[in-house]
Design a binder for this molecule. Structure first.
Ligand code: NAD
Length: 365
């Protein structure tokens, strides 16, 4: 979401600002009280708050009530430990054992990075996992180790196949990244293949807002600005058949290939009735395979400059590199805190009450 769109949506309800370390600690305590180990709770809370910091509010700490409901209904096992099987020197597979998707994917990316450090690249497929939120945190995990990456996942049915009308394919994000040069920002692409991520509709519903009419169709196939009606219908793919094909691509690599659910059989993270069996596909790549690191960085600087300094269209103030808006947002929110709507704070505090955790600390206005 752009800076401007974020500012506009923040104005519609009373917002509270929360310091990111307070939010991370609060989320961590709720996770531990619900059966997650301290080590895994640290991974999950960091991933969720990283989404909040980057302005991807749809995939941040607000997901806690729905995730906890899945634990209460025994659809997600918070104590599961993912296992890893090495297939070839550069290929491994992780079985998430129906535990946290964040933990299984974190383990997979850690192994992919180790293989890339030794052999130039590492590929890890993940099965029997759960929703892992914002894909960009995995791209960032690779960037922190100086690696390029591909991060694919499948997800529950939300989009029709092109020409169809039933919810079949997931709004499954495609993400990838590359380290920055010395004078530029990292490349982080993280996008759902729909016009908008479905989480943006859940967020509008939580905040009592309307949605743009080109995001989804209602249950009768008509355009709608009502998030509740949109959730009864289907999401619209970006670029028509091309968005639909990208969603099928995520299912081929993350679902078919891994042994996880696919072809419309992944369970929605908001449905606490059965395990999700999500699949992921992660690749880490060493950037200096074909040239020195200095040359790679110089070329990234040149690309960044060419893109961001290209001639602007009428009415455009600034041209951004993919992921740059979110990086600027993160710098701002590290300073100013993370804005959460009143209803969202109440939802989180309700979870805290259930497990006797202290309420969220709100920054003084
Ligand atoms: N785990 C799941 O199942 C799942 C499913 C759907 C979405 N998601 C997550 O939802 C999040 C939101 O997805 P989205 O498609 O709505 O993202 P988005 O449309 O806000 O952004 C998509 C990409 O475009 C770039 N971008 C946006 N505006 C730009 C601009 N003005 N200039 C240059 N680049 C720009 C962003 O940096 C980003 O890389 C993602 O983090 C995704 O991983 C997760």
């Amino acid at each position: 979401m752009t800076d401007l769109k974020m500012a506009q949506s923040d104005q519609k309800q009373q917002m509270h600002h929360i310091n990111h370390t307070d939010l991370e600690d609060f989320v961590r305590q709720i996770l531990i009280a619900n059966g997650t180990s301290s080590q895994n709770a640290t991974i999950v809370s960091k991933c969720l708050v990283s989404a909040d910091l980057r302005g991807v509010d749809t995939h941040g700490s607000n997901r806690i009530p729905s995730y906890m409901e899945r634990i209460r209904q025994k659809c997600l096992d918070p104590s599961a430990t993912p296992s890893l099987r090495q297939i070839t020197p550069v290929v491994a597979q992780v079985d998430g054992h129906n535990g946290w998707g964040f933990v299984a994917a974190h383990k997979a990316m850690s192994r992919a990075i180790e293989m890339a450090q030794e052999f130039g690249m590492g590929m890890v497929s993940v099965k029997h996992s759960n929703h892992f939120g914002m894909s960009a945190w995995l791209v960032k995990q690779a960037l922190d180790a100086g690696m390029m990456s591909l991060v694919f996942t499948n997800s529950s049915p939300a989009l029709p196949a092109w020409g169809g009308k039933e919810k079949l394919m997931g709004v499954s994000p495609i993400a990838c990244g590359a380290p920055s040069g010395n004078d530029s920002r990292s490349f982080i692409l993280d996008m759902a293949p729909s016009v908008a991520a479905r989480g943006k509709i859940y967020k509008a519903l939580r905040r009592g807002e309307k949605i743009p009419v080109d995001w989804a169709l209602d249950g009768e196939g008509k355009s709608t600005d009502d998030p509740a009606k949109a959730l009864q219908g289907v999401m619209l793919p970006m670029g028509g058949p091309k968005g639909s094909a990208l969603s099928i691509m995520m299912d081929v690599f993350s679902g078919v290939f891994s042994g996880a659910a696919f072809a419309g059989h992944v369970t929605n993270p908001y449905d606490p009735s059965k395990p999700a069996d999500v699949g992921h596909f992660l690749v880490a790549i060493k950037p200096d395979l074909f040239m020195t690191m200095d040359e790679f960085k110089g070329r990234m600087d040149y690309l960044y400059k060419r893109v961001t300094e290209s001639e602007k269209a009428d009415g455009v103030e600034q041209i951004y590199f993919p992921g740059e808006i979110e990086q600027i947002m993160e710098e701002r929110r590290l300073e100013e805190g993370i804005p959460l709507a009143e209803a969202e704070v109440a939802g989180l505090n309700k979870e805290a009450d259930l497990v006797q955790v202290e309420h969220l600390k709100i920054q003084p206005a």
